[in-house]
Design a protein around this ligand. Structure first.
Ligand code: SAM
Length: 211
């Protein structure tokens, strides 16, 4: 995996915007974003912008991937669950930081394309499946970290139950009034502690089968 000038420029911009964790920046440097972007948006692959990926879905802007990954505080021995594989870019970044990523996508076409990209890049510690991610992946639980990459109304209860005690979940929350906030939720022995990390914008989490 080579690192080119566009990746270096992108990471410098992310650092200026607050992604200062060197492990996160290193992971972003190692994943070529152009491989996750459709052909006709190649010229925008290294801009700090969200891009369409088909099925009316988007690949989140790099700053969002960077801030969410930084908030997740992933350790190299951890098992991470991602809801919303999309293009596979965020899972690829996470895979450089932890032991294994499990990722669920509701659109089969997106999941298949993401799998092809992982194979091409030799990323062998990512497992994906098609389904409704709000049910989580009970066979693999508990997870030390869970990231939801589509906006929910609250912490999906089944996902909360699959988070290890002391584990963190990072997710965008729709407040119902047209605003989304990024939450970081820690599971404690008694329940959940929530940090509101500020405003953000995502496509909705949809608890129905995709196509
Ligand atoms: N992480 C992705 C990436 O790196 O390209 C971007 C994700 S995109 C903003 C949100 C994704 O969540 C979409 O691909 C959408 O189909 C998926 N999604 C929405 N609701 C879902 C659900 N209940 N279960 C699984 N995936 C879901």
């Amino acid at each position: 995996m080579s690192m080119d000038a566009r990746t270096i420029r992108l990471v410098m911009a992310l650092r200026r915007a607050g992604v200062t964790d060197t492990r996160v920046c290193g992971a972003i440097e190692r994943i070529p974003r152009d491989l996750f972007v459709p052909h006709h948006f190649q010229d925008k692959a290294y801009e700090n912008t969200a891009l369409p990926i088909g099925c009316h879905q988007t690949l989140s802007a790099p700053i969002v991937v960077g801030m969410m990954t930084q908030a997740l505080d992933v350790g190299e021995r951890m098992k991470v669950l991602e809801i919303g594989t999309g293009s596979g870019y965020h899972a690829a970044v996470l895979s450089r930081l932890c032991r294994r990523v499990y990722s669920i996508e509701r659109y089969r076409d997106l999941q298949k394309e993401a799998e092809q990209r992982f194979a091409r890049l030799g990323l062998h510690n990512i497992t994906t499946k098609v389904g409704d991610g709000t049910f989580g992946w009970p066979e693999q639980a508990p997870f030390e970290r869970i990231v939801i990459t589509a906006a929910a109304n609250d912490v999906p209860p089944l996902l909360g139950n699959q988070l290890a005690i002391g584990g963190l979940m990072v997710l965008p929350i729709d407040d119902g009034g047209g605003q989304q906030r990024l939450w970081r939720v820690r599971r404690t022995v008694d329940g959940f502690d929530t940090d509101d990390m500020g405003e953000i914008r995502f496509v909705p989490l949809i608890a129905e089968p995709g196509l």
